[in-house]
Every structure is written in C-alpha cells, then in structure tokens.
Design a protein around this ligand. Structure first.
Ligand SMILES: [Zn+2]
Length: 99
C-alpha cells in the first residue's frame, strides 16, 4: 500500500531550528517561524494522543485474545475473531512504525 501523502514528514525540531530558527520570544501569527513551531506543537500533541490510543488498543487486543483463547466458541467464530484480531494488530503496528 503506497500512499504518497503518508510519506510526507513534517520537519523535526532540529530541522525547524536549522531552517527557520529558534522559537521567537513573542509569538506572532504572521511570522513563518512561529507558524512552523505552532504546527510542530500541534502535531506533537496529536502524536502523543495517537500513542496513547495505540497503547489502549493493543491492551484491548491482548484482553480479547485471552478471552478468545479461554472461551469455548464455535470453530468458525474462533477463526473469524483470530483473523480479525491479527489483521487489526498488524494495521496498528504498521501505523506505529510509520509514526
Ligand atoms: Zn516568530
């Protein structure tokens, strides 16, 4: 699955400092440097939220796997649940490695 949009990486703090400079002492919305740092902060906050979400989902997947393995289910359900769990977990870990 190649999505060119996902390949875009917002600059790191080091790159912003190198290309735009340190944070200005007074934030000015018309300043390019301030806009870069504002966006950097917003993205960092989103990344932190996503990391928490991934952690929670991985924990729920573990719980679900435990239940599936300890409850008697009709074979076709068991297989369906395990396949979906594996698919969700790979998607989750793929997303984590992209971040
Ligand atoms: Zn500025």
């Amino acid at each position: 699955m190649s999505n060119p949009v996902q390949k875009f990486k917002f600059p790191t703090a080091e790159e912003i400092t190198r290309d735009w400079g340190e944070r200005c002492p007074d934030v000015d919305q018309d300043c390019g440097c301030c806009q870069m740092w504002n966006t950097f902060d917003l993205l960092a906050a989103k990344d932190a939220e996503l990391a928490k979400l991934r952690e929670a989902l991985n924990r729920q997947a573990d719980n679900m796997a435990f239940v599936i393995n300890h409850v008697t289910l009709p074979g076709q359900w068991l297989e369906k649940f395990m396949v979906e769990l594996d698919a969700d977990r790979s998607a989750l870990n793929q997303g984590a490695s992209d971040a």
